[in-house]
Ligand binder design. Structure first.
Ligand code: FAD
Length: 414
């Protein structure tokens, strides 16, 4: 039973996290009527998207924010990555990627999710065509004739039905809309948690990001403001509670042991949090009048810092398909099966590659089997000496490989 019914929307986006909020802003030049339904207000401790994590933004995401007119605000709170240094604990040698060698000013930028949330939500509050419905959750969906509908429940328990042409699920890796759409996902638990936080290293990171593969899993140190470093430390799930509960000095000693002394002595660790790590991949990207974007379509291991960036390319491709349909017919149906099929086909390759790449890295570097250890040493060697391999890899990491939608090339929709 719903208390009211609203027919106003072209698109309803379930989930106003990093991807849902970005999609609503990316669509705004098209003048569509968009509703974003978000369960948890920004600033609340339990907000699962705009939290204390740091996200490495790829070059293609940078270009998108440029095309959306938001980059000035993002970059004022972001730190550039000019070098990436990859090493394997207990082995000699390392690999590296350099921005200058790739002919770019930066390989990516690091921004704190909470800060990115402020930029996105300030912009949304100024966008007249977007209604933000928060705190509220989508609790049911339906398709009748030429309309999809979302039943939205407010935090006080009142319900309203939003009718639209197209429903977008941007509700994260544990999407509740995905099964409502009749879409299954393949899930693999890595048996690992990512412990995140930031600290002060003795030597400033100087725009270098470090990735070190340890027996427990990868450990990343990203450069952030004030010469601090944000760490993403993968530990076994069995050990996560113990690691989180350590006193600061004990925690730093264990982290130092895992990372080594490349940045000198590590000190002044801030608040820590842990995230269970799994791989999820939806078996389809569309249903009748409905699409998946971002983590609802694919949840990756953070080893290559690609989950959000991949989701932003979903956003860019969906915007391209919608803009093209409306350019050829100003009344084009946004739930048209051909439009949705074009989106799904466009995204299949990029998503599949990133899922295989991140999963492959986790398995290759997580294995203690001698043949796999030998393979990764040869891999790291080949990465450095075979001409072109490093550039090809860097292009993928920067999100510049394959056929790119307009926004990912930095071209505004209008
Ligand atoms: C430790 C860690 C480090 C990472 N680092 C990087 C990185 O450096 N670079 C990178 O590209 N990616 C990174 N990622 C991945 C990145 O965080 C995710 O890909 C990104 O947050 C996905 O955004 P999303 O909006 O799709 O989903 P989410 O961030 O999960 O947001 C989903 C939103 O939907 C809302 N919601 C859920 N259900 C409902 C409902 N029924 N109704 C309404 N709203 C609902 C939630 O409240 C939430 O706000 C990292 C991930 C982890 C865990």
């Amino acid at each position: 039973m719903t208390d009211s019914r609203d027919f106003r929307y072209d698109i309803v986006i379930a989930g106003g996290g990093m991807i849902g909020a970005s999609l609503a802003l990316a669509l705004s030049p098209l003048g569509l009527r968009v509703a974003v339904v978000e369960a948890v207000p920004r600033g609340e401790a339990l907000q699962p998207s705009f939290d204390d994590r740091s996200t490495a933004l790829s070059r293609s995401t940078q270009r998108m924010f440029e095309a959306m007119g938001l980059w000035e605000d993002v970059i004022s709170a972001a730190t550039p990555i000019r070098r990436i240094h990859v090493s394997d604990r207990g082995r000699f040698g390392f690999s590296h990627i350099d921005a200058a060698e790739q002919g770019v000013e930066a390989l990516g930028y690091v921004v704190i999710n909470r800060v990115l949330g402020e930029v996105l939500q300030t912009a949304l509050s100024k966008t007249a065509t977007v209604d933000m419905i928060c705190p509220a959750r989508v609790v049911d969906i339906d398709v009748i004739g030429d309309a999809a509908s979302a039943v939205v429940e407010s935090s006080q328990g009142s319900r309203q039905q939003l009718d639209c042409q197209l429903l977008v699920a941007a509700d994260g890796a544990n999407s509740v809309l995905r099964p409502m759409m009749g879409i299954c996902a393949k899930k693999t638990d890595y048996g690992q948690h990512a412990v995140i936080g930031n600290l002060l290293p003795e030597k400033p990171p100087e725009y270098c990001a470090y990735e070190r593969f340890t027996d427990q899993g990868p450990l990343a140190m990203l450069p952030v403001a004030d010469d601090r470093a944000a760490f993403v430390w993968t530990v076994s799930s069995y050990d996560a509670d113990r690691v989180l509960g350590l006193e600061d000095e004990e925690f730093l000693a264990e982290l130092q042991e895992a990372f080594g002394y490349r940045l000198g002595r590590l000190s002044r660790v801030g608040k820590r949090a842990a995230y269970p790590l799994s791989l999820s991949k939806a078996l389809r990207l569309t249903a009748e009048r409905a699409v998946l974007v971002g983590n609802s379509a694919h949840g990756l291991h953070p080893v290559a810092a690609q989950g959000f960036n991949l989701g932003m390319r979903d956003v860019a491709a969906l915007c391209d398909c919608i803009a093209d349909a409306r350019a050829s017919d100003s009344a084009a149906d946004l739930g048209d099966p051909d439009l949705l099929a074009r989106y799904a086909q466009w995204r299949r390759d990029d998503q599949g590659k990133l899922v295989r790449l991140t999963d492959g890295i986790v398995r290759l570097f997580g294995s203690s089997s001698p043949p796999l250890r030998a393979a990764r040493n040869i891999g790291m060697l080949g990465f450095d000496i075979i001409p072109g391999v490093r550039s090809l890899f860097a292009r993928h990491m920067m999100g510049l490989a394959g056929r790119l939608p307009r926004l990912s090339r930095g071209v505004p929709l209008k």
